[in-house]
Structures are given as structure tokens and as C-alpha cells.
Design a protein around this ligand. Structure first.
Ligand code: F6P
Length: 334
């Protein structure tokens, strides 16, 4: 019979995401409920290398449900990419008596988790990134909050664009994926959305959309660009060259990563944190927790890392179907 697990570590790694704190809280409180001690590792994998830890108990994670960012800090560790760095991390686990690690982050975090698990330290991953680009789960913690933040910002932009009858080009995050851009684009009624998953035909995807919208009577235009599909500044210049209007460019940047987590992110983070610890309590490990069609699933890390998630291109079509000026009936006639 497997020895009962007595102590685990929890860390957050990679880009932060609203909802990481509720996930940390859920891990700690669930661990206590199962009679497992929980040690917080600060600054992600680098903290594990450096032995940078903090003792956590039920009260130490009080009042963090509504806080953005991560109380454990986060980092991207070059040293952890090396065998020597990972061996130091294993030494820290042995020194602290950690029988498993809950790692909260994105794909990069989980690639590190896989390497650590190969050195004999079991890891359970919780997906948290505003990009929502982890293949093994429909949803990553932080995505909903980031969408809402971007929508709120763009609604404000729309007010001033409408008053001045201008075109706005707004860049949202998403280095490799257009989930954020497309969801937000639909939610703000964008004139065009540029995502890395769709090869850009500038004339068709941008110029004609603006022209059709103008012919249908619109005098302001909102172009949403995912960071991974090009720079908003360049898109703005190209629009100017092609149509002669002078767009105003806004890069939302890290604003999108901050803020109090939404109800959806708090609730999802709490469920994921619970299932992560339950996996250890039941003698499991080396899995990533995820959601598939509303239910929690756990997949072996290696398998999970090979899974690909595709942007639902029907959403791209839906976004375009909402545009004015696509049908001749919309177009103003004399
Ligand atoms: O959190 C993921 C992400 O938001 C990407 O979309 C973005 O490119 C990246 O983080 C930027 O992170 P940082 O500036 O912290 O390196």
C-alpha cells in the first residue's frame, strides 16, 4: 500500500493570472481538510531551486479570494530548464520533506512539471493563464477576468471613438493564441478581429470590413488585434495607408493580467485546487487538472502536453456575421 502523503508544496509560475490566489487558497484548505501539510514555494520553479518557501495554513490564505496576482509571486526560471537546476529543486523537496508539488501556471510550467516528475517528485498541474491556450483543458483560470477587463477598457475606448468618429486599433494579449482577442472581439462588436490562427488577408479582413461598415452608416470602427498576429501600431499604419483614416492605437498590455478575479475564475480555481490535492490524497500525481464539457478531468502530464486546442473558428464566422454592411440590404442607398 502507498504511504499516506503528509506534506506537499504549492507554487505559481509563468505569467500571473487572476484566480491564482483562489487556487492557492483552495490547495491549502483542501490539504488541511485531508490532513496534509502545505508549504508555499515562492517565485515558481526558481523558488524551488533556491529553497524559497513559506509555511501556509488555513488563516494565511484568508482574504485572498478577491485578490489579483499571486501572493506566492511568480517567475520564469532559466535555471530550471537545466538538469543541474532541476536537481537542486529535487534537493529542496527532499530537504523540506515535500512528497508532491501542485504547480499553477501554463504550458511552460507543465513542461517543467514533467521534467521534475521524471526525477521522482510527483506533480499535479492547475492551468492558469489569461491566454486560455492549454491544450488539455477547455478553460484556464484567469481567462474570464481578462476578457472582462479588456471588454471594459474597449467599451471606454468606444465612447471616445464614437464621439470623434474615429477608428481604434486595440491590441490584446495572446502571444500564440487568439482566444482572448476573439472572445473580446465578439463581446465588443468589433469591426475586425485579427488572430494568429487565421492567416490575414488585409484587404478582405480589415479594409473591406471598415469600408462596408462605413457604407452601412457607421462612423467609428473597432479593430481588435491579438498580440501574436502582429503589432497594432503596424496595423494602424496600414489602415492609414489603405483608406486614409488615422486610427488611434491602444495596447492594453499587462492591465489585462491584473484585477480581482471574476466569479467564474474564483469558482473554477477553487474546484481545480480541490481536485489537485484530492489526486495526491488518493495516491495519484503527475496529472494536470482540466475541464472538459463542464466536468473536471485529470490527464497524465505527458499526454496532456501533447494535446492541442484549436480556436473555434465558428466564432470567427459568428463575429463576421454580426458586421453591418455585409449584405446589400445594410448599405445606405440614395
Ligand atoms: O500570460 C501570458 C501572456 O499574457 C502572453 O499573452 C504575453 O505575451 C505574455 O504573457 C507577456 O508576459 P510578460 O510580459 O510577463 O513576459
Amino acid at each position: 500500500m502507498m504511504e499516506k502523503i503528509k506534506r506537499i508544496g504549492v507554487l505559481t509560475s509563468g505569467g500571473d493570472a487572476p484566480g491564482m490566489n483562489p487556487a492557492v487558497r483552495a490547495v491549502v484548505r483542501t490539504a488541511m481538510d485531508f490532513g496534509i501539510e502545505c508549504i508555499g514555494i515562492r517565485r515558481g520553479w526558481q523558488g524551488l531551486i533556491n529553497g524559497d518557501f513559506v509555511r501556509l495554513d488555513g488563516t494565511s490564505v484568508g482574504h485572498i479570494l478577491s485578490r489579483g496576482g499571486t501572493i506566492l509571486y511568480t517567475a520564469r526560471s532559466e535555471e530550471f530548464m537545466t538538469e543541474a537546476g532541476r536537481k537542486k529543486a529535487v534537493a529542496t523537496c527532499r530537504m523540506l520533506g515535500l512528497q508532491g508539488i501542485v504547480a499553477i501556471g501554463g504550458d511552460g510550467t507543465f513542461r517543467g512539471a514533467l521534467e521534475l516528475s521524471r526525477l521522482g517528485i510527483p506533480v499535479v498541474g492547475i492551468p492558469a493563464t489569461i491566454d486560455n491556450d492549454v491544450g488539455c483543458t477547455n478553460y484556464t483560470i484567469g481567462f474570464d477576468t481578462a476578457c472582462n477587463t479588456a471588454v471594459e477598457c474597449i467599451d471606454r475606448l468606444r465612447d471616445t471613438m464614437q464621439s470623434h468618429e474615429r477608428c481604434s486599433v486595440v491590441e490584446v494579449m495572446g502571444r500564440n493564441a487568439g482566444f482572448l482577442a476573439l472572445y473580446v472581439g465578439i463581446a465588443v462588436g468589433a469591426t475586425a478581429v485579427l488572430v494568429p490562427e487565421h492567416e490575414l488577408d488585409f484587404q478582405k479582413d480589415v479594409v473591406e470590413c471598415i469600408q462596408n461598415s462605413r457604407l452601412a452608416g457607421n462612423t467609428h470602427f473597432m479593430i481588435v488585434v491579438a498580440e501574436g498576429s502582429g503589432s497594432a501600431v503596424d496595423i494602424g499604419k496600414r489602415i492609414h495607408e489603405a483608406i486614409g483614416i488615422e486610427p488611434r492605437v491602444t495596447v492594453l498590455g499587462h492591465i489585462q493580467r491584473g484585477g480581482s478575479p471574476s466569479a467564474r475564475d474564483r469558482e473554477t480555481a477553487t474546484r481545480m485546487g480541490y481536485y489537485a490535492v484530492k489526486a495526491f490524497a488518493e495516491g495519484g500525481g503527475n496529472v494536470i487538472v482540466g475541464t472538459q464539457e463542464g466536468s473536471m478531468v485529470m490527464l497524465p502530464i505527458e499526454e496532456a502536453l501533447q494535446m492541442k486546442k484549436h480556436l473555434q473558428m465558428d466564432r470567427y464566422e459568428i463575429m463576421q456575421a454580426m458586421l453591418l454592411g455585409r449584405s446589400s440590404a445594410d448599405t445606405l442607398t440614395e
